[in-house]
Ligand binder design. Structure first.
Ligand code: TXA
Ligand code: MG
Length: 370
């Protein structure tokens, strides 16, 4: 891994200092690595047309070269220089969801080097909405290849402290515009097949996509071996923290009852445990636990609220990082059964748990991860 001296430039989200943007853009044009805020998570960017710069991304992240990158462009006008064919549905999708957290998979243009797409004949593209990302891409005047700015298999970074914990000394410039808005990554929609297939649920919900393109389907069995070959990054291991994670899905009462039983069982077995759940569930569990169990230590960590699923999404990765500590052996996580962004939350937790998901109580909300 090449050592670099990392410069952090703090910028205003709406009105970033033009000289900071130009410094970062010059770095990209010169083949360097720039961490940029997007509305979903921070990205680790390089000039997508420069194979050596792109190789630097894989080196910095410790990411296998078989896992393709997303190319970020400024607008729909740039699509034709990245993809060689645009299906008719592309215009509708772009009009509704770009700029924004939707990535589409299209047939690759010959101009995009194979290093970006891991040799695939398809390319993933998106037009980010974050004002800093937009200004940077415009100033660099090149398509920007960027995976999430974390070390391979760590949760995606939603703030610069996460980025630096993973990548300090491995990237050249970091643009710090504060916490990101959505908190989970973009939705990946494959347009090389019909019906269009969601390969990763994310910032644009299944419901929103179906309202515009009713044919859209959700890939089932996310993460099994067959799928991993088509979308190599979609491995179950992708988000796994060091501790063993179990996810409980379902309505509040049933999930809390099950979680409390799990906590008791694990603590009795001498396991050092963290509990990750929406704040109402944490309040309930902490109360019930203090009443029954006395002094044994459990780390309780809230993310968002059952009444505010977008906040759960924004806070999820920070909470996952917070409980991923050497003294925590196991994590019990409760996933809200909310529609919309709830699907992406359940997907990320399911991956963190490598598929260990227990469904309790009433039937899950429409669009639950399968
Ligand atoms: O929100 C996001 O999408 C963030 C920000 C930085 O834009 N990016 C992100 O990138 O999450 P990354 O590399 O962490 O995840 C991209 C996923 C990978 O799982 C990869 O396998 C998949 O997209 N992907 C990329 N190109 C693909 C292709 N041609 N076919 C199928 N899957 C592809
Ligand atoms: Mg990633």
């Amino acid at each position: 891994m090449r050592l670099r001296s990392t410069r952090v430039l703090v910028v205003d989200r709406e009105h970033p200092d033009p000289s900071a943007i130009e410094t970062a853009a010059a770095c990209l044009r010169g083949g360097g690595l720039v961490v940029l805020p997007t509305e979903t998570v921070y990205g680790l960017g390089a000039n997508a047309l420069d194979p050596r710069a792109v190789a630097g991304i894989f080196d910095a992240k410790g990411r296998p070269a078989t896992d393709p990158l997303i190319v970020h462009v400024h607008g729909v006008e740039e699509l034709a220089s990245v993809a060689r064919e645009l299906p008719p549905v592309m215009r509708t999708l772009a009009a509704h969801f770009w700029p924004g957290p939707l990535t589409v998979i299209l047939p690759k243009h010959g101009r995009i080097p194979p290093e970006v797409t891991a040799g695939l004949d398809t390319v993933a593209v998106r037009v980010p909405a974050h004002p800093v990302a937009r200004r940077l891409i415009a100033a660099a005047a090149v398509p920007v290849a960027a995976p999430s700015a974390n070390l391979f298999s760590r949760p995606s970074p939603t703030q610069v402290s996460h980025v630096l914990a993973d990548l300090e000394g491995r990237v050249d410039v970091v643009l710090d515009a504060g916490p990101t808005d959505v908190g989970v990554e973009s939705t990946i929609l494959d347009l090389t097949v019909w019906p269009p297939l969601i390969r990763r649920p994310g910032g644009v919900s299944l419901e929103a996509l179906c309202a515009v393109v009713p044919d859209v389907q959700l890939m089932t069995g996310l993460g099994d071996a067959a799928d991993a070959q088509v979308s190599p990054g979609q491995l179950l291991r992708h988000y796994a923290p060091r501790a063993r994670v179990t996810v409980i899905e379902g309505d509040a009462d049933a999930a809390r009852r099950h979680a409390l039983a799990e906590i008791r069982r694990r603590v009795a077995a001498g396991v050092s445990l963290a509990v990750l759940a929406p704040e109402e569930d944490i309040l309930h569990l902490r109360g019930a636990w203090d009443d029954t169990a006395g002094t044994r230590r459990v780390v309780f960590r809230a993310y968002g609220s059952r009444s505010d699923a977008p906040r759960c999404a924004r806070e999820l990765f920070d909470a996952l990082r917070a409980v991923d500590r050497p003294d925590v052996d196991e994590i019990v996580a409760i996933a809200p059964d909310a529609p919309g962004i709830g699907l992406a939350i359940r997907d990320r937790l399911m991956r963190a748990a490598e598929g260990r998901v227990v469904r309790v109580g009433a039937a899950p909300a429409q669009g639950a991860a399968s």
